[in-house]
Design a protein around this ligand. Sequence first.
Ligand code: NDP
Ligand code: MG
Length: 397
Amino acid sequence: MRKRRVVILGATGSIGESARKVARDIPERMEIVGMSAHSNEEKLRAAGQEFPGARLAISSGPDGVDRLVELATMPEADLVLIAIVGTGGLRPALAAIEAGKDIAVASKEILVMAGEAVMGAAKRKGVKVLPVDSEHNAIFQCLDGRSQIGDGRSEMEDRVKEASRTPNSELRTSRSLSSDVRRLILTASGGPFRKWPVASLAGVTPDQALKHPTWNMGAKITIDSATLFNKGLEMIEARWLFDVEMARVEVIVHPQSIVHSMVEFIDSSVLAQLSTTDMCFPIQYAVTWPERVPNTLKSLDFAKLAKLEFEAPRLDDFPALNLARWAGETGGTLPAVLNAANEVAVAAFLRKHCGFTAIWQTVEQVMRQHRSIAGADLDAILAADAWARSRATELLF
Ligand code: NDP
Ligand code: MG
């Protein structure tokens, strides 16, 4: 049994809090060696008292990113959990990979923006990118970890190689890593406005949008869940984490949030992962993978649940999913532009500076004004991100 020595970037947030809970629950498997907050010193200090051995850092201020990089590369750590809201975790994530550490990614924004760069670096260094987002962690569990290209060399690849040495093996032909996967099916709660008439969406207030029906999360992701941009970002996140084309990533609305996502294989069999709605599940699995260990989390009571429902998303009324599919299929700098414009628009909405529907209207306008650069390197992506932020700001303010 291996004990993971973990740095948590964004330890004072909703994911950070769940990660600290996991560390208290399975101390024999998870030791926190470093934690960051952006500005909430008081909460970070309190967390530090709970884990007295951990190094602490505040990331606001002029050299904030350098402090995150120092934490992410500290020799005592072997796993870095990126739980920072937005794209602020990109540089520390890349630094952790370069230092040979596995990363566990909650911050989907960094994979949407620079998925190719992150996964490419991880493959080159032979480190793992472990999904923490509940949907991707569910898919990771259904795939038994084998389709993840961040492994550098997957178990399937090994099995195919092994089989090709053995005559009469059914695995003799060389196959791509995910060739037995037909599609990934991401579940979405549908958000608080799932049943609202389209005409009333323009009048949605931040207070209404901040009430998520099933998950208790930070403000930005809660708004993203209400617009469905969260699921759109997750489609692109899945594309990179599992190295599949966008056409094989689908979304289904499942209001109970019990089935966290599914994988359909080429024989039409579907595997799903289920649990109560608690981010401690995916965080623990990312930490203990490939093993499972007992914990104090609640198990499901199926008789009480009674029913699990599924329905098609309202693509015309909530354009985020189509915008994300367009960005993901185009690739290049367009996903970074979608993500950056969305971040600016969500911040404006939370400050009551624009209406709810202005979020996707702004994102679409900024995307239409952008000419995507195919095969963009990190500098080009960062430039597109900065351009989209200023364009969205001009449109909104
Ligand atoms: P929160 O807003 O609750 O927490 C954000 C954390 O990041 C805090 O520790 C905050 O510090 C820190 N932070 C904020 N801005 C910066 C910055 N510019 N640079 C460095 N650190 C910063 O967010 P969540 O925990 O909800 O979400 C974190 C990430 O995880 C997001 O990308 C989200 O999409 C993803 N995620 C979250 C889920 C959830 O259940 N919450 C589920 C799946 C994914 P401080 O407290 O000092 O402000
Ligand atoms: Mg999710």
